[in-house]
Design a binder for this molecule. Structure first.
Ligand code: NAG
Ligand code: NAG
Ligand code: NAG
Ligand code: ZN
Length: 977
């Protein structure tokens, strides 16, 4: 899954040339070309056997059922349900399934009703037969079911051996754990096989979870579609199932739809049958062994474009008919990246087809359902005339991320959600590797540092952080770890691991892990084991044979170290200590470290005379978890500066004595190009964050940005901008803001005059840099920039044709500036574009611009809209977060959040990101009180508990920052002018 937070970063990236080894794709279990076509009448999908003939999926225990004929669905299905039993059990207890009965094959049929009735009454009916093997004798079957009405009279358990009678169970529910409990009088016996049959009915709500409804406009008509989002725990809202990631089974899916619609699922369609009343039943080939959270069902009126990959996988891109032309780019990228990953992982994509679909309402960025990846429209659709460069990069990144999951997550699945990072950390990082393959010139692997590593370091600098590997049990806890730690820190430590193993060993180790674990599950120890064995095979140094010993220090304890580099004569002394944003913060004691907050650090450095920014694993100096200092003898001479952590491959900060910092900042001013752009970004990021924690004087941090108006690389600018946004947030309501704003205006006006406004002929990174510079310059009041934007906007408003005359990469700034300096007329004009544009990125660009208004009543109205269908549900939280960034909007959103907590959490499922955004600028005792009071007033924090703790810790740190730095910044600003 791709969290929507990443939409805000709209990131970019890099990697050196890396091509997968060729592999023999005609061996082993994975031969998808030689299967026996069964009763499929579609020749396009060759080699997809029906479930009863297949033995090609590894780990399959199904051959024993070959003689068993499951109940065939009856057509057409009845549309009535009998009353449900509603025995609410106390709940609590173990949230995990006992698994005495273990599912092997599901025969599932679902029929959504999305027409001819009121949308609030939309529902679906379903039938499922689950074949199970009994692994431990028991008198009950426990499976998951949530918000489903079970037709009790339908429920039957059948022993799968001849001559035995069906068992009619009594039915109970545990509504806290979402358990459906079937109790039997007869004992179910270990070693025997049973099947259970259940009919059910569920609501098709617009909640973006489980099986849900979505809609879009065509002229005055509303077109409805039914779609799914199962991860992590919502498959149980679509049908009764064993809804845990490790419980893999095979699925034989049938979707029933109206004749004028189409249906899609994970596998290829093998049969379509007309039923009464214009209903059609589409049956899909049986899936390989897979987890429930990866299932997907869609019923809609979309059209598609298709291609075939180099290795003969049918690849289709689906969208609203009006938007189908916007799928060209993603289809092309998807096809190429899928093949790239097949080679990178040396494992063919095991399904006969791969669909990508852009649904109009989607709660996340995208979801990696096996064979049917669902995207938010902004994550997949690309229109060269109307979609900006940063969106293009975002689309590429999301496609690559989801395709990486086809191996990391889908083929090999974490045993439990506590290892979620194995999915998300890998997808987060490997996405950049795939993207680099497509666009070398984007330097995305360098970009990963500023877009992911720096975020992770920031999030993980708090005492309220958590280890990458974290025990979780219930749904709230599971949801909370879809966070920066699993994605960005996970990705960052994987990149570090690639560095210390070397690219080849890393890649071959992953291939080993995937080959050995395919169709099964794994934990982080399995990964360390495979990588360790590979490093022995490859003759790597002893140190990296025991990957677990190294990686445990990064994944089992939270936070990360600062390495202090000190010069003593011609030697350099290294020591490590834990970085904490606030050293005095009280440890809530949730997580203990078994390593005493010491790490196994792959350290690298360079000096002025022996400059080398192109280092590899052979250059590593290991600092051990014993924490002893290290002396590097005779490595430096003269008056040299030195820099640690080349290209920031390691997940740690580096600090120096003041005189080395001074030499580095002098170097930046004299000739910044001597230092690699990634290390320039690192110097800025480290200095500012060491200043935040009190490890470095603020004066020194400020010096790292004095050269900025001479900077010409996007990455250091990006890093500096993040820190300067922080200062802005802190100073926004103080008397210093005027001076600060003047400094910023000057800093961005110089590069603006060099870069200009015209993107014609510019490369990717130059376009991104120009955009950053122009936006900041306008933001801080550069008159030329503002006038330019306002007059472009007037042209647009007065224009009549369908063509938008504004350069696509300037639109965000033009709309935002016009709204900031305009009134309700400009706002309504852009709002209308949000409502009516056929291009998702244009909608989002408009939405962002709407938050720039300085009129309180306009912002209030916008806030109200965001909680209703005036703003798409998928965009509602984004709108609120954007308004919270506006200095005027911030207190509005805070009041709104407090006044509408239940409505907001009901509508969006979680308010965690909103809490983080709205409190980001809090820096007074009064603010702190306000969070505490609000938190205490809530009877049930749900999945927002951690977000509150972080908000409190961040606010405390901000208060401290103001106390220590306000005067220093004041003096600095006055000396500058
Ligand atoms: C059924 O359970 C739900 C959820 O606990 C509860 O809100 C509802 O009142 C119950 N209904 C009946 C008829 O007992
Ligand atoms: C489920 O049952 C409840 C109580 O009988 C009913 O109000 C609700 O409409 C049913 N839901 C569906 C989707 O049939
Ligand atoms: C849409 O509805 C509006 C207002 O009811 C009406 O004026 C317009 O003609 C309708 N358009 C179409 C294409 O039916
Ligand atoms: Zn993901």
């Amino acid at each position: 899954m791709l969290k929507i937070l990443l939409l805000f970063v709209l990131v970019e990236y890099t990697l050196q040339g890396r091509h997968g080894r060729q592999y023999n794709r005609h061996k082993g279990h994975h031969n998808r070309y030689k299967g026996v076509p069964s009763w499929s009448h579609s020749n396009r999908y060759r080699g997809v056997p029906s479930w009863s003939h297949s033995n090609r999926y590894r780990g399959s225990k199904t051959t024993q059922y070959d003689s068993y004929r499951p109940r065939k669905p009856t057509w057409p299905p009845s549309t009535t349900t009998t009353p449900i039993v509603n025995t609410t059990q106390p709940g609590g207890g173990d949230v995990r399934l006992p698994l005495n009965l273990y599912p092997v094959l599901y025969e599932l049929e679902l029929q959504p009703f999305i027409y001819e009735i009121n949308p609030t009454d939309f529902y679906f009916i379903g039938k499922v037969t689950i074949q199970m093997e009994c692994r431990q004798s028991t008198n009950e079957i426990v499976l998951h079911s949530n918000q489903l009405n079970i037709t009790t009279s339908s429920v039957r358990i059948e022993p799968m051996a001849p001559g035995q009678n069906p068992i009619i169970p009594t039915i109970e529910f545990d509504t806290v754990n979402h358990f459906l409990i079937l109790k039997t009088n007869t004992q179910l016996v270990s070693g025997s096989n049973y099947s259970v049959y259940i009919e059910f009915r569920g609501p098709l709500l617009s909640r973006l979870a489980g099986f849900y409804q979505s809609s879009y406009q065509r002229g005055n008509d509303t077109i409805y579609i039914a779609s799914t989002q199962m991860q992590p725990t919502d498959a149980r809202k679509a049908f009764p199932c064993f809804d845990e990631p490790a419980v893999k089974a095979r699925f034989n899916v049938t979707l029933i739809r109206k004749k004028h619609l189409i249906s899609l699922s994970n596998m290829n369609q093998i049969r379509s049958k007309n039923l009464a009343n214009d209903w059609v039943a589409d049956q899909y080939a049986v899936t390989p062994l897979m987890s429930t959270y990866l299932l997907a069902f869609v019923v809609c009126d979309f059209t598609f474009k298709e291609k075939t990959t180099a290795n003969n996988v049918l690849y289709r891109a689906w969208a609203r008919p009006e938007a189908i032309d916007q799928t060209t780019y993603s289809l092309d990228v998807g096809v190429r990246i899928l093949t790239f990953f097949e080679e990178y992982f040396a494992t063919p994509f095991p399904l006969p087809k791969q669909d990508m679909i852009a649904v109009p309402e989607f709660g996340f960025g995208a979801m990696e359902n096996w064979g049917l990846i669902v995207y938010r429209e902004t994550s997949m659709l690309y229109d060269p005339l109307d979609t900006a460069e940063n969106f293009k990069q975002f689309v590429t990144m999301v496609i690559s991320h989801e395709l990486a999951h086809m191996w990391f997550g889908n083929l090999v699945t974490p045993s439990w959600w506590d290892d979620l990072w194995l999915n998300e950390g890998f997808a987060n990082y490997i996405a950049f590797v795939g993207m680099d393959f497509i666009h070398k010139d984007w330097l995305v692997l360098d970009n990963f540092v500023v877009s992911s590593v720096h975020n992770a370091l920031s999030f993980d600098g708090l005492i309220s952080s958590h280890p990458i590997y974290v025990p979780v049990s219930n749904t709230d806890e599971i949801f909370q770890i879809f966070d920066s730690i699993s994605y960005e820190k996970g990705g960052s430590v994987i990149r570090m691991m690639q560095f210390f193993l070397g690219d080849e060993t890393f890649q071959r180790g992953l291939q080993l892990y995937i080959t050995e674990r395919a169709y099964g599950v794994a934990s982080h120890d399995d990964l360390w084991d495979a990588l360790g064995r590979q490093s022995i095979i490859d003759g790597k140094p002893q140190k990296v044979h025991d990957v677990k010993r190294i990686m445990d220090t990064w994944t089992l304890q939270m936070n990360y170290p600062t390495v202090f580099m000190e010069r003593i004569g011609n030697d350099i002394k290294l020591s490590q200590s834990r970085y904490l944003r606030d050293k005095n913060a009280t440890d809530p004691g949730t997580y203990n470290s078994s390593f005493g907050y010491k790490w196994e650090i792959p350290f690298t450095f360079t000096t002025q005379t022996n400059k080398d920014f192109n280092q590899n694993d052979a250059d590593i100096i290991w600092m051990g978890k014993e924490g002893t200092d290290i002396l590097l003898s005779g490595v430096i001479s003269g008056n040299d500066w030195f820099i640690g952590n080349i290209k920031q491959y390691g997940f740690y900060r580096v600090n120096y004595p003041k005189d080395n910092w001074d030499k580095l900042t002098d170097q930046l001013k004299m000739d910044h190009t001597i230092i690699h752009p990634v290390n320039r970004a690192q110097i800025i990021n480290d200095a500012w964050n060491l200043a935040k924690s009190g490890d470095l004087g603020m004066n020194t941090a400020l010096k790292t940005v004095e050269y900025l108006s001479m900077e010409d690389s996007y990455f250091p600018f990006f890093a500096a901008n993040n820190e300067l946004v922080y200062v802005r947030n802190m100073l926004e309501r103080t008397e210093l803001y005027g001076d600060f704003s003047a400094f910023m205006k000057k800093t961005f006006s110089i590069p603006l005059s060099e870069l200009g406004y015209n993107n014609t002929g510019s490369g990717h990174l130059e376009i991104l840099l120009r955009r950053l510079v122009v936006e900041r310059a306008c933001d801080y009041g550069n008159e030329d920039c503002i006038n330019n934007a306002i007059s472009s906007f007037q042209n647009l408003m007065q224009g009549t044709g369908p063509i938008n005359p504004i350069d696509v990469d300037s639109r965000q700034n033009v709309y935002a500036t016009a709204i900031k300096y305009g009134g309700v007329k400009e706002w309504d004009f852009v709002y209308n574009r949000y409502k009516t544009s056929n291009v998702a990125s244009e909608k989002l660009t408009s939405l962002v611009a709407l938050s720039y208004s300085r009129e309180v009543w306009i912002l209030s109205r916008f806030l109200q809209y965001s909680l209703t269908d005036d703003i798409r549900r998928q965009d509602g939280l984004i709108a609120m977060r954007l308004i919270a960034r506006n200095p005027i909007g911030r207190s509005l959103v805070w009041d709104f959040l407090r006044g509408n907590w239940n409505d907001i959490t009901n509508r969006f499922g979680s308010a965690s990101f909103l809490i983080r955004e709205v409190t980001a600028k809090f820096n007074t005792e009064f603010d702190l009180q306000s969070i505490q009071t609000f938190k205490d007033s809530l009877p049930n924090l749900g999945n927002a508990a951690a977000a509150f703790d972080r908000a409190i810790e961040t606010t405390r740190a901000n208060i401290k920052w103001m106390d220590s730095n306000f005067q220093i910044i004041k003096d600095w600003l006055q000396n500058l002018s």
